[in-house]
Ligand binder design. Sequence first.
Ligand SMILES: Cc1cc2nc3c(=O)[nH]c(=O)nc-3n(C[C@H](O)[C@H](O)[C@H](O)COP(=O)(O)OP(=O)(O)OC[C@H]3O[C@@H](n4cnc5c(N)ncnc54)[C@H](O)[C@@H]3O)c2cc1C
Length: 418
Amino acid sequence: MQKKYDLAVIGGGPAGMIAAGRAAELGAKVILIEKNPKLGKKLLITGGGRCNITNAEFDVKKLVAKYGPKGKALFGSFSRFGVEDAMAFFTEKNLPLKVEAEKRAFPVSNKAEDVWKVLVEYLKKNKVEILYNSPVSKVNFAGNKITSVQTKTGLISADNFVITTGGKSRPETGSTGEGLEWLKEMGHSIEEAGSALVPVKIKEDWVKNLSGLSFMNAKLSVFQDGKKQESRSGKLLLTHFGLSGPLVLNMSQNIAELFKYGPVQLELDICPEMDLSELDKKTLDSLSRLLNKKIKNSLGEVVPIKMIATVLEMTGIDGEKEVNVLSREERLKILKLIKALPMTVSGFLGVEKAIITSGGVSLKEVDFKTMQSKLYENLYLAGDILNFDRPSGGYNLQICWTTGYIAGQNAGVHKNLG
Ligand SMILES: Cc1cc2nc3c(=O)[nH]c(=O)nc-3n(C[C@H](O)[C@H](O)[C@H](O)COP(=O)(O)OP(=O)(O)OC[C@H]3O[C@@H](n4cnc5c(N)ncnc54)[C@H](O)[C@@H]3O)c2cc1C
């Protein structure tokens, strides 16, 4: 079954929502196609759930400079729909905003959900049809025009299309990069995300003091806002600045992505091959042969010798005591610690800039006056799908508001003109 719309927007994140709403506000018949059962899953986790909605830098020159050399493309866009316009868009819809350190703007309520609600209401008010649970699997085109997109329930055709499927970070929110694949097939140049593998700096001194210690098989877990983001195992090295070795190098891209948005904690398990009870059994076994020895001289089978003093210090257990007075509780305290040694990421070594490159559609192939593709006359692009370098501080979402609004304005206006 084929339905006809003035505009089909693919991807219901912040860029897609504002684009669809704006086009509909101008009178276009708009459908917003989203793969998830809910819109804006990533928006809901922005700013640790508080949503750093923009950066209140009203000086366009200074604002553009924040995006590095690629920011130049945004000069005109910000004068069409800039930070003040975005802030007015939300405040006029009863979402008061406040500005914190480094000009970061947040909703006064500190709730990303309230930003989400404004956008959902905007879509509803302007009668945007929303297709949930509908991953677009293919984009059909002929010559330099898109003709339709394929969903589970059939083809959807429209006069114009906006692709706002986002980048590739946090794929569990729906941003899995399909949009980039279609656009590549269609002949757009897609620049890869900066894939620098970088060692990770750690705040805690104990790590630096153990510089040179390595683990053939350690497990590293990554946390943000108390939620586990990922765990991997492999070879790890403690250094004078923090962590290196294949395990952390391979995880560094993801850690860096998280670090852009807030503090990142790590937990190091130095005995991943055993669970706590297995490790306890092994420890009991070895300690039973060393009952009259000092604790500090008896943990060598489970903790590298060089690390014993650190572990005892962190647990507050007196290493001068004899093993026979070590309580079960104290023993478990040691074992729990070596299965989850806490660390705080403080930065990255070397090419810090490379890791904030997000990748995406080459900016040269987009007309920033309208957000129209230079390759396809009825295609518009907005949001994270574009290859900007984005520092943290509300600058990402501002790109979404600016490019999304302009895309909606231009992709939706054809009908009125025609
Ligand atoms: C943890 C975290 C915190 C952040 N905090 C901030 C912050 O405080 N301030 C800030 O400015 N930026 C922040 N960002 C960045 C910000 O979230 C992104 O810039 C923004 O979400 C990008 O919006 P988008 O609409 O371009 O894409 P997305 O938000 O990625 O949305 C894309 C949408 O497209 C859908 N989709 C994908 N493929 C398909 C398909 N095939 N068919 C149909 N639908 C599809 C997805 O399900 C998704 O809903 C944060 C990012 C993360 C990961």
